[in-house]
Design a protein around this ligand. Structure first.
Ligand SMILES: NC(=O)C1=CN([C@@H]2O[C@H](COP(=O)(O)OP(=O)(O)OC[C@H]3O[C@@H](n4cnc5c(N)ncnc54)[C@H](O)[C@@H]3O)[C@@H](O)[C@H]2O)C=CC1
Ligand SMILES: CC(C)CC(=O)C(=O)O
Ligand SMILES: [Mg+2]
Length: 361
């Protein structure tokens, strides 16, 4: 059976890293006859330039037809106006909500070879393996009303609304409890229930769900403490579940424990397990087109796509082993480079993964 993969390179380093991930997936596809059929479309600033909108109808319809989507990154100073790019119905947010991709899985895993690249001391991060389950289609990024209004006094006021209803909380809670059940049976729900009603409700729903999962130990933590605990003793966490904005922020923080934001892949899944996969970082305009971006988070996101959307566990595992191999060989893009390792660019890193893949297929 043919499976359609849609590549959305986007902006900045997006095309640089997608080129490498596409080559790796293409190689696995050929060698293992996976039956993947590749498509590509525009999103973000690239789409604004070509079609006047960050999420053209053509991109959305091809996204709906795809079994899996691999996105690079979108945005840049030229396109970051809310009206054009990051409205709930446009660009990346529009893709996520349009496809119902409410469950965002962000695994922060430390490859042992990168312990020295971590922002924390090796003994503090050793063995780090955290799964952040972030709600992705609700919360303050989507709540209505939103906008900027002019008050009677003439002063302007910015408005965003933080909302979650019980069913939105329950469905992301289930994903997190199921993940905890398959891992080590520990789940920490992160909220600000001492201040925000929305997250007090979040906490109640999580408690309620916990009764259905007696094998999972549920704990709660306020987000400010969680931000601190992540750098004090990250290994206390196994699965974390949290809302859209807290998850956005905490996953960037967690990325640095693994060595770099360029190491953190992600999966965004809907009810029917259709998925969009992307590195957790943005379009990094400061290094775009300079052969400096780390392509590993994107390559690992491709592996997640094979696993979650297509059930191709063997091919996914082979790509992950190939990534481990290149780190073992000492190859490092600038973001994970340290003394005694070999500095390489985006392309050389991608090519090394592709070569290493052969030994695992
Ligand atoms: N999923 C997405 O498409 C996201 C898009 N953005 C957009 O990206 C643009 C830049 O946002 P920033 O806040 O600067 O975040 P960013 O994640 O793009 O960059 C932050 C820092 O991390 C570095 N970095 C990011 N990815 C890297 C990689 N693969 N290898 C090496 N270094 C890497 C960058 O060079 C920069 O110094 C903005 O337009 C923003 O809206 C931001 C986050 C996510
Ligand atoms: C549009 C933003 C919410 C993208 C982002 O920062 C992310 O998903 O991590
Ligand atoms: Mg983010």
């Amino acid at each position: 059976m043919t499976q359609r993969v849609l590549f959305l390179p986007g902006d900045g380093i997006g095309p640089d890293i997608i080129e490498q991930a596409r080559a790796v997936l293409g190689h696995a596809n050929e060698r293992l006859s996976l039956g993947l059929d590749f498509d590509e479309a525009l999103v973000g600033g690239a789409a604004i330039e070509a079609a006047g909108t960050a999420l053209p109808d053509d991109t959305m319809s091809r996204a709906r037809e795809a079994g899996g989507i691999l996105l690079g990154a979108v945005g840049g100073p030229k396109w970051d106006h809310l009206e054009m790019a990051n409205r709930p119905e446009k660009g990346l947010l529009g893709l996520r909500s349009g496809l119902g991709l409410f469950a965002n899985l962000r695994p922060a895993f430390l490859y042992p070879q990168l312990a020295e690249a971590s922002s924390l001391r090796p003994e503090v991060v050793s063995g780090l393996d955290i799964l952040i389950v972030r709600e992705l289609t609700g919360g303050i990024y989507f709540g209505q009303p939103r906008g900027v209004e002019t008050l009677e006094s003439g002063e302007r006021e910015g408005i965003n609304t933080y909302r979650y209803n019980e069913s939105e909380i329950r469905r992301i809670g289930r994903v997190a409890f199921e993940s905890a059940r398959q891992r080590n049976g520990r789940l920490c729900s992160i909220d600000k229930a001492n201040v925000l009603e929305v997250t007090a409700l979040w906490r109640e729903v999580m408690e309620d769900l916990a009764r259905e999962y007696p094998d999972v130990e549920l704990s709660h933590m306020y987000v400010d403490n969680a931000a601190m605990q992540l750098v004090r003793d990250p290994n206390q966490f196994d699965v974390i579940v949290t809302g859209n904005m807290f998850g956005d922020i905490l996953s960037d923080e967690a990325a640095m424990l693994t060595g770099s934001i360029g190491m953190l892949p992600s999966a965004a899944l809907n009810e029917s397990k259709q998925g969009m996969y992307e590195p957790c970082h943005g379009s990094a305009p400061d290094i775009a087109g300079q052969d400096k971006a780390n392509p590993l988070a994107t390559i690992l996101s491709g592996a997640m796509m094979l696993r979650y959307s297509f059930g191709m566990e063997g091919a996914a595992g082979a790509i992950e082993k190939a990534v481990q191999d290149v780190l073992e060989q000492g190859l490092r893009t600038p973001d994970i480079h340290f003394e005694g390792t070999q500095l390489v660019g985006t392309r050389a890193m991608g090519e090394a993964v592709l070569s290493a893949l052969d030994t695992h297929l």
